[in-house]
Design a protein around this ligand. Structure first.
Ligand code: HSE
Length: 311
């Protein structure tokens, strides 16, 4: 058996992007997780170390990376096993794709270790099994952007149809992560199960507008389209100070601002890094008096998604 190790960096991801519940997402340049995969002769999956976060089980049957890895090794009929280490730079329950990063990372790492036997689009369904375990629903709007890089549109889940969209160069994201945990399963559970025709028309107008804005590099259209009448109105109550954060971002010149994934992180898109940094200051000034710890990130849109590293 050839001894082989794969080391990777997996970026955090912003999913939904306001109007695109479960169908849009993009990866950030930072923060991100690190994972390593070592081939072992025993036919089993072992998670030998998890750093950077507490309370994540190392039992591969209770860990999203372990679940994805076991499914893939079984599907490949691979005669060896794997030892996985995980360093979490993305806090669990933060809304920037923590479970998605571990799931997509496992899919990418196992594929590399077993000789690239699946094309990227087929890794999505393996990675989605991790998301199913974490949140009860196999959504792809974190794992697909992590695996593909750039903006990703999930046009259809059945059959899976992923569309990559090159983001305009000057697009920057600012993310604030209030350090409270919101479980995706809970945040999905409170969503209304039906939408009115009026809200549906508004939402699909905005989704189309966002896609057109990205393709046409029309920053104002991107901003005008970052309106969510379906998830945000219900989920905003889970995020202390959400309305103030949004107002502060818009006052600082952001194109638009909404909840990242299922929250509690809030993101804004801006034209240019300078404006994104102003938005970061505005987020910090708004949140400092709230008595809740927080982190703020300014980042470009990662075009590569998951990438291999030396260590
Ligand atoms: N689209 C998912 C949701 C993302 O909003 O529930 C969760 O990370």
């Amino acid at each position: 058996m050839k001894k082989e190790t794969i080391n990777i960096f997996i970026p955090a991801t912003v999913s939904n992007v306001a109007c695109g519940f479960d169908i849009m997402g993009f990866p950030l340049d930072n923060p991100g997780d690190k994972m390593s995969f070592l081939m072992i002769p025993e036919k089993e999956v072992r998670i030998t170390s998890i750093t950077g976060a507490d309370d994540i089980p190392t039992d591969p049957e209770k860990n999203v990376a372990g679940i994805v890895a076991e499914k893939m090794l079984k599907a490949a009929g691979f005669p060896f096993g794997v030892e996985i280490t995980i360093h979490k730079g993305i806090s669990p329950g933060s809304g920037i794709g923590s479970s998605g990063a571990s799931s997509a990372g496992a899919a990418y790492g196992i594929n590399r270790l077993t000789g690239d036997r699946w094309p990227v689009r087929e890794l999505i369904s393996f990675a989605m099994e991790g998301e199913r375990y974490a949140s009860g629903t196999a959504h792809a709007d974190n794992v697909a952007p992590a695996l593909y890089g750039g903006f990703v549109l999930i046009r259809s889940y059945d059959p899976m149809d992923i569309v990559s969209i090159q983001p305009p160069e000057e697009l920057y994201a600012t993310v604030i992560h209030p350090m409270i945990e919101v479980k995706t399963a809970y945040s999905r559970g409170i969503m209304k199960k039906n939408v009115t025709l009026h809200d549906a028309v508004t939402q699909w107008g905005n989704v189309a507008g966002l896609v057109a804005g990205l393709l046409m590099k029309d920053y104002d259209l991107i901003g005008r389209s970052m309106v969510d009448v379906i998830a945000e109105p219900v989920r905003a109550m889970l995020i202390p100070g959400f309305d103030d954060l949004k107002q502060a971002a818009m006052n600082a010149g952001a194109l638009g601002c909404s909840i990242s994934g299922s929250g509690p992180s809030v993101f804004a898109l801006s034209r240019g890094q300078k404006t994104a940094e102003k938005v970061a200051e505005a987020f910090s000034e708004t949140y400092a008096p709230m008595g809740i710890e927080f982190e703020v990130y300014v980042s470009g849109i990662s075009l590569s998604g998951i990438c291999e590293t030396d260590s």
